[in-house]
Write a protein that binds this ligand. Structure first.
Ligand code: DSN
Length: 418
């Protein structure tokens, strides 16, 4: 890859090669990151970069759509088949835009939406005050109970009190299963549309390693690059009775020309995600997260909600007297990449919170299994113990790089033979 770039722009080429080496040398534990396959990356960089295709297949505002119509239809069909949805819009540029579009399909500016509060594990675009979703709509935010779990009674009380047009389920830092049916029942009782943001868990849902929100939500938004392991993009899946409203909200409501190069790569990723080997991958992500959680608990780490059901772990570092930022920066110096994060009811400020968020999608793509999770927990424990000792951190970093060298780094060929 990149043979032409190497010749035509040595400066950018050198930076990209350094990034490739960083991704190879490090244990990448940010739960929203992954390694896309070579096929996904090739499709992302194709001739479709050159094409405008405003509109939808067979209803475009530009000519020359002989191929784009077939590609977008293929991506839609693969998305519908993989997730069992009636309709798929594969045009949203990102998860943030997909969420805003989905709300705009069902609520007018100033009307009420409801979602999980950002410091409790919700996304910015679930109605947080600085996001357009919190400014353009009246956003009511639910929180978690004292055990770090969703409190469906609280959600129902708030919904009855505020009568939102839209209730959002889904999270970016919630390690437990979400009861999508409970959300659907609450939404039905107050006359709201239930929208699920499944961005984090889309790969798990595709592989059958997490219950699907599709039967319980009016619309489901997702990014395509997290556990689903595709290009950086997004989709909205919905029932046929909402299809027109969703399509109109994406284009012309929020976006202009779709990124056809990304859409072709989404089709490739959906093809990969429909294989048996991807289902095994999805189940291994969850097994790895459980094992990593168990080992971290053995090392004295306090986990929000006491463990995990999905791909993600949230550590409450208060018992270690260690701010999340300080630990995540020390881990980064030791070639272990995580992100600091708020914990429910965090007494500290969001820019220097009390938590650390980890996930297993990327390391599982590299072929790591339970045995390697034990080693990773050991590395994290040692960095936390020696957080102020730079020579110890450097020694651990060298060990981590050596450990990583034993595991293939995509881009690689994904066998679609099954
Ligand atoms: N909030 C980001 C994450 O989970 O990393 C995604 O937008």
């Amino acid at each position: 890859m990149l043979d032409t770039l190497r010749v035509s722009d040595a400066e950018v080429y050198a930076l990209l090669m350094e990034e490739q080496q960083r991704q190879s040398r490090c244990l990448r534990l940010i739960p929203s990151e992954n390694y896309a396959s070579a096929a996904v990356m090739e499709a992302t960089g194709s001739w479709l970069t050159n094409k405008y295709a405003e509109g939808y297949p067979h209803k475009r505002y530009y000519e020359g759509q002989q191929i784009t119509d077939r590609i977008e239809t293929l991506a839609q069909d693969r998305a519908k088949a993989l997730f069992g949805a009636d309709h798929a819009n594969v045009q949203p540029y990102s998860g943030s835009v997909a969420n805003l579009a989905a709300y705009a399909a069902f609520a007018q500016p100033g009307e009420t939406i409801m979602g999980l509060s950002l410091p409790f594990g919700g996304h910015l675009t679930h109605g947080w005050k600085v996001s357009a979703t919190g400014r353009f709509f009246k956003a009511i935010q639910y929180t978690l109970d004292d055990q770090g779990r969703l409190d469906y009674d609280q959600i129902e009380d708030l919904a009855r009190q505020h009568r939102p047009k839209v209730i959002v389920s889904g999270a970016t830092a919630y390690p437990r299963l979400i009861d999508f049916k409970a959300f659907a029942d609450i939404a039905e009782r107050v006359g709201a549309v239930h929208i699920t943001d499944m961005a984090h868990i889309a790969g798990l849902v595709a592989g059958g390693a997490h219950p699907s929100p599709i039967p319980h939500a009016g619309a489901v938004t997702t990014t395509t690059h997290k556990s689903l392991r595709g290009p950086r993009g997004a989709m909205i899946l919905c029932h046929s009775d909402h299809a027109a409203a969703i399509d109109k909200a994406v284009f012309p409501g929020l976006q202009g020309g779709p990124h056809m190069h990304t859409i072709s790569a989404i089709a490739v990723a959906l093809g990969e995600a429909s294989t048996k080997s991807f289902a095994e991958y999805a189940h291994q992500i969850v097994k790895n997260a459980r094992r990593l959680a168990e080992k971290l608990i053995e090392y004295g780490f306090d986990l929000v909600s006491g463990g995990t059901d999905n791909h993600l772990i949230l550590i409450d570092l208060r018992n270690k007297n260690l701010p999340g930022k300080k630990l995540s920066q020390a881990l980064d110096r030791a070639n272990i990449v995580t992100n600091y994060n708020t914990i429910p009811n965090d007494p500290a400020k969001p820019f220097n919170p009390s938590g650390l968020r980890l996930g297993t999608p990327a390391v599982t793509t590299r072929g790591m299994k339970e045995e390697q999770m034990d080693a990773i927990a050991g590395f994290i424990h040692r960095v936390a113990e020696y957080v102020d000792d730079e020579s110890a951190i450097a020694r651990i970093g060298a060990e981590v790089a050596e450990f990583c060298a034993g595991f293939t780094v995509p881009p690689m060929f994904i066998d679609r033979g099954d």
